[in-house]
Design a protein around this ligand. Structure first.
Ligand SMILES: Nc1ncnc2c1ncn2[C@@H]1O[C@H](COP(=O)(O)OP(=O)(O)OP(=O)(O)O)[C@@H](O)[C@H]1O
Length: 232
């Protein structure tokens, strides 16, 4: 995915991006950080085609299959856990369509074997977000867009979810664009961390990280600098 010289305004009030470019590294997890209101969600909305740039373009591979995970799980309340995951497969033309096996296997892997017949209102917040992660991965997306997916979880649940995300990601290594406010999370997950700053937003830091790709570890002073730049 490539953002190519994007200019984006909301009405005439404020320019969020001006001549902004970013190319995601294929098969890696790119974490985007930056102060509140800088334009991170706007970037994801542009990626999903929910916003259109005034100038520039968002380029996607023709065969791209996109998965999404949002801050809130967004499960279908009238469907069981298994049906929520199958529902995605039924609407997809990806491999696995029409088979219960794939959805079940992934749910088991996510520690949800005992909950496949439960309805969303019977699940904890962490379990709901597990289901939405499984739902995003079940159709083997080539690109995964994630907007602060674990923000509302407590520290232990967050750690579990990060481990699960890396486990699912490692199978086929889709390209991931993940927005987070949490520097520890970016360092744990990201193969690359992009920090936005300024107005209109620019890339003020673009670094390799240790997370999913075994990049360099950061010394405490470097982490402090990153923390200050990203508003984490
Ligand atoms: N639909 C909209 N209409 C007008 N302004 C908007 C709209 N959506 C967002 N904005 C403004 O655009 C700017 C960027 O918003 P965006 O949600 O992309 O920021 P963010 O970096 O994701 O913030 P946060 O970290 O708080 O979620 C903000 O100043 C916001 O108020």
């Amino acid at each position: 995915m490539r953002f190519d010289r994007i200019t984006m305004n909301y009405g005439k009030r404020r320019t969020i991006f001006a001549d902004f470019s970013l190319e995601l590294t294929e098969g890696q997890i790119t974490c985007v950080m930056g102060a509140s209101g800088i334009g991170k969600t706007t970037l994801l909305r542009l990626a999903l085609g929910l916003e259109r740039p005034a100038y520039g373009a968002v380029h996607l591979r023709a065969d791209a299959c996109i998965g999404c995970v949002f801050q809130e799980p967004r499960l279908l309340p009238g469907k069981t856990v298994l049906e929520n995951v199958q529902w995605v497969l039924e609407r997809s033309d990806r491999p696995g369509k029409g088979t219960d096996g794939k959805a079940l296997d992934l749910l088991k892997e996510a520690g949800l074997a005992h909950a496949v017949s439960d309805y969303p209102d019977q699940l904890s917040g962490g379990m709901k977000q597990r289901v939405s992660l499984v739902r995003a991965f079940v159709s083997d997306p080539t690109l995964l867009i994630m907007d602060e997916p674990f923000q509302s979880l407590d520290a232990a649940a967050k750690k579990d979810m990060q481990t699960l995300l890396l486990r699912l990601w490692h199978k086929k290594k889709p390209t991931v664009l993940l927005v987070t406010h949490d520097l520890e999370e970016a360092l744990a997950l990201g193969s690359r961390i992009v920090v936005l700053g300024g107005s209109p937003a620019e890339i003020v830091e673009d670094i390799k990280a240790a997370g999913s790709a075994g990049g360099p570890q950061f010394s405490p002073p470097d982490k402090l600098k990153l923390e200050q730049m990203s508003g984490a």
